[in-house]
Write a protein that binds this ligand. Structure first.
Ligand SMILES: Nc1ncnc2c1ncn2[C@@H]1O[C@H](COP(=O)(O)OP(=O)(O)OP(=O)(O)O)[C@@H](O)[C@H]1O
Ligand SMILES: [Mg+2]
Length: 267
């Protein structure tokens, strides 16, 4: 079977809303379900990279420390920088050098298209390419949005959640007009939901009211297990597979997969 890779950017310029937690756990859940998955870490903080790998010794001994930076700037091939982190799951790691990419690319030609070019060659090999992006609307996030078929937006259940969302939706609109007309909203996923907290329930109602067709049915609960797992280099399924957080991310991955099977649901 030739994989028809879907490229999904996970984006929200607000920091700490659950982008990386979502990227890691959806990637592992999809891989565990049998899909071939590539996760691209496009954040200089490298949280997705460290959250899936225990330490640098996971690298082959003597192997150069290459990252997505080298593919973007030095034009290394994707196959030269990826590493297998789980069955069915490849990681294009990030490093701190990615901070420099924004500056080094500032005057480069076609600077918004670097990740798109890298990803195009990968589509035939993967069912899903997920891109974790940094908390800004700078050049790295722009590269993710230009490369993607759709955007998955984690939204933290807190008071200012919707305010940041309008800036992101404005950026998505501009990217559609100028660089990637086919860019769709994969969906909004509510994260760090606390059912005992009235604010969480109010935010959920408000977001579902505003975007009736675009909010995933599953809500990711606030869970200490979810926040602990990355420090062990593990997904929630490997760290505490029976927790509510694991169940929620399993369901989110299933919703993403179901949307993939019905591509006619254009938005
Ligand atoms: N559902 C959850 N319950 C509890 N803690 C969570 C949950 N999701 C994420 N966290 C924790 O909240 C913090 C921010 O999450 P995460 O790193 O996924 O967000 P982010 O949007 O990627 O952040 P950044 O914008 O810095 O990249 C982390 O410490 C993470 O472990
Ligand atoms: Mg992150």
């Amino acid at each position: 079977m030739v994989a028809v890779g879907r490229v999904i950017a996970i984006a929200n310029q607000k920091g700490g809303v659950g982008k990386t937690t979502t990227a890691i756990n959806v990637a592992v859940a999809l891989a565990q379900s049998g899909a071939r998955v590539l996760l691209i870490d496009l954040d200089p903080q490298s949280n997705a990279t460290s959250g899936l790998t225990r330490d640098a010794s996971d690298l082959k001994p003597g192997a150069p420390r290459v990252s997505i930076y080298d593919a973007m700037i030095e034009r290394l091939s994707l196959s030269a920088i990826i590493r297998q982190v789980r069955d069915n799951l490849m990681l294009a790691p990030a490093g701190a050098d990615l901070v420099g990419a924004e500056i080094e690319l500032a005057t480069a030609e076609a600077r918004e298209l670097r990740v798109k070019h890298i990803v195009e060659s990968a589509r035939v090999e993967y069912n899903y390419v997920l891109i974790d992006s940094p908390p800004s609307l700078g050049l790295l996030t722009l590269n993710a949005l230009v490369a993607a078929d759709s955007v998955l937006i984690p939204l933290q259940c807190e008071y200012y959640a919707l305010e940041g969302l309008s800036a992101l939706l404005g950026t998505i609109r501009r990217v559609r007009q100028a660089l990637n007309p086919g860019l769709r909203i994969e969906g909004i996923v509510l994260t760090m939901f606390d059912s005992r907290n009235r604010l969480s329930r109010d935010i959920e109602r408000e977001v579902r009211g505003h975007f009736p067709d675009q909010v995933f049915a599953v809500v990711i609960p606030r869970s200490v297990r979810l926040s602990e797992s990355p420090s062990h280099g593990l997904s929630i399924f490997e760290y505490e597979g029976r927790s509510a957080g694991a169940e929620a991310y399993r369901r989110l991955a299933a919703e993403v997969a179901a949307r993939t099977e019905q591509p006619s649901a254009e938005s």
